[in-house]
Design a protein around this ligand. Structure first.
Ligand code: DLL
Length: 436
């Protein structure tokens, strides 16, 4: 398969290290001057930018965290004046406020190239028709995939998410060859295609699927249902959006675009850097981001780095599929959800009508996540009429939808019916394992 930027993608490891070192030194200096949070952390460690001589000193630098984005909401971590920022995106924070990220014009170009590199690696060219069925909006998925496809000159169909019948009709009518969406939505589309008996009308070849964890088993099912090669793309808003890494045609790990991002794997408890190949928490440093650079960002995703050279000829390290997280963030229908956000809504709407006992139950039915929340009513409210119980359920559903952007089924249950735990309350029952 062709390589979009062979000079960068196949650079020797020693040249790459030199380039990363130069970029890191520059980035640290700029951030120290312009980003208060980073400067404070450096000062706490007694570090000055001059102490960083290259990537071998990376481990000396302080970590950064999702909480920082909340503390400096909305623009406090930007390293460029707002007049140089041309786009923002946002994603769920741990509670309430969303976390906000920004991009300069150069950042958008770099982002588009990262996604375009992966698309090219999968044989996507200007002759392809790319349907983007990730959500457009504050979520990075839609615009991220869009930028990459446009960069290689493909014909982009910006569908966004939802309206499955129209998605399939468009794929047929427009001769769509590449589909970008979450793996669970691809699976659902596959089922619908089968139900409608229109598989032979599709021209699909490639799926670029990410934003949530998925298994090899699910890959096989999607490939069979849609007749495509299904490839994994990874990313997170804080570092870029989709395209921090992506699979090549060999589908054996996602190449991290190391000229832009340095990955490390650390022990999540001690913060110690682990050797290549070990499983641990993934940490990223962005080398070229201008608006919202980030140093040693704790992704909370668990995976490992693969150092063996890849058959495709690219020299950049690969990361394995993330298998879990070190925090309690849930990914429900591709949307990041923290239990603390749910708790916040419950506390806000409750008055004295509900108790703090609640349980989140996740399952997977017809390849779609189901999201139920059981909340115990107070004794007093339990005696109220059915209408007011239904109304309260509706209020909670609406509040949750406006905070999370997805629908949940809320069930107000009788007092004392949620099993009490002797240790930590078990708030989340995730029955999805093994079903994807
Ligand atoms: O999900 C960006 C994205 C959009 C990636 C479209 C790929 C495709 P956030 O909403 O900030 O950004 O969520 C980031 O999602 O830390 C992981 O936990 C999870 N995640 C993203 N891609 C994958 C993947 C986008 N391929 C969080 N496999 C990350 C497993 C993934 N988990």
């Amino acid at each position: 398969m062709p390589i979009l930027n062979p000079q960068m993608e196949c650079i020797s490891r020693s040249e790459l290290k030199k380039l990363q070192s130069e970029r890191l030194i520059k980035q640290v200096k700029k951030m120290y001057e312009r980003v208060e949070c980073f400067r404070k952390r450096m000062d706490e460690k007694g570090l000055k930018p001059e102490d960083i001589h290259g990537v071998d000193d990376l481990h000396l630098l302080p970590f950064s965290y999702k909480q920082d984005l909340r503390d400096y909401y909305p623009f406090g971590l930007f390293a460029e004046p707002l007049s140089n920022i041309v786009r923002t995106h946002a994603s769920s924070g741990t509670t309430g406020k969303r976390i906000v990220v920004g991009y300069t014009k150069n950042d958008l170009d770099m982002w588009a190239e990262c996604v375009a590199r992966m698309m090219t690696a999968l044989g996507v060219t200007k002759d392809d028709v790319v349907q983007v069925s990730y959500g457009y909006g504050l979520f990075t998925g839609g615009f991220g995939a869009h930028g990459g496809a446009e960069k290689i000159g493909a014909l982009v169909v910006p569908m966004s998410s939802g309206n499955t019948a129209l998605q399939i009709q468009t794929m047929i009518d427009f001769g769509v060859t590449v589909l970008c969406c979450t793996p669970s939505y691809a699976m659902y589309l596959g089922e619908e295609v089968e139900r409608l008996g229109v598989k032979d009308k599709l021209k699909l070849r490639v799926g670029i699927l990410g934003a949530e964890p998925w298994t090899e088993n699910m890959r096989k099912k999607i490939e069979a249902a849609l007749g495509i090669k299904a490839c994994d793309i990874y990313g997170l808003s804080e570092v870029l959006g989709p395209g921090v890494s992506g699979e090549c045609e060999y589908q054996s790990g996602m190449h991290v675009w190391e000229d832009n991002f340095i990955p490390e794997i650390i022990d999540p408890d001690t913060g110690e850097v682990l050797p290549l190949g070990a499983k641990g928490e993934l940490v990223f440093t962005s080398l070229t981001k201008e608006a919202f650079p980030i140093i040693r960002y704790r992704t909370r995703d668990i995976c490992s780095l693969i150092a063996e050279p890849c058959k495709c000829g690219r020299t950049h390290l690969r990361m394995s599929k993330p298998t879990g997280r070190t925090d309690d963030m849930l990914i429900i229908r591709g949307v990041n959800v923290f239990p603390s956000q749910i708790e916040e809504v419950l506390l806000k709407v409750s008055g004295n009508k509900i108790t703090p006992n609640y349980q989140i139950v996740l399952d997977r039915v017809n390849n779609t996540d189901t999201f139920d929340i059981n909340v115990e009513m107070s004794e007093a409210f339990f005696r109220d009429d059915v209408k007011s119980i239904e109304n309260l359920e509706k209020t909670i559903v609406n509040q949750l939808r406006s905070m999370l952007g997805i629908g949940a089924k809320v069930h107000l249950v009788n007092p004392q019916t949620i099993v009490r735990s002797e240790g930590k309350a078990k708030r989340v029952i995730d029955n999805r394992k093994g079903k994807i």
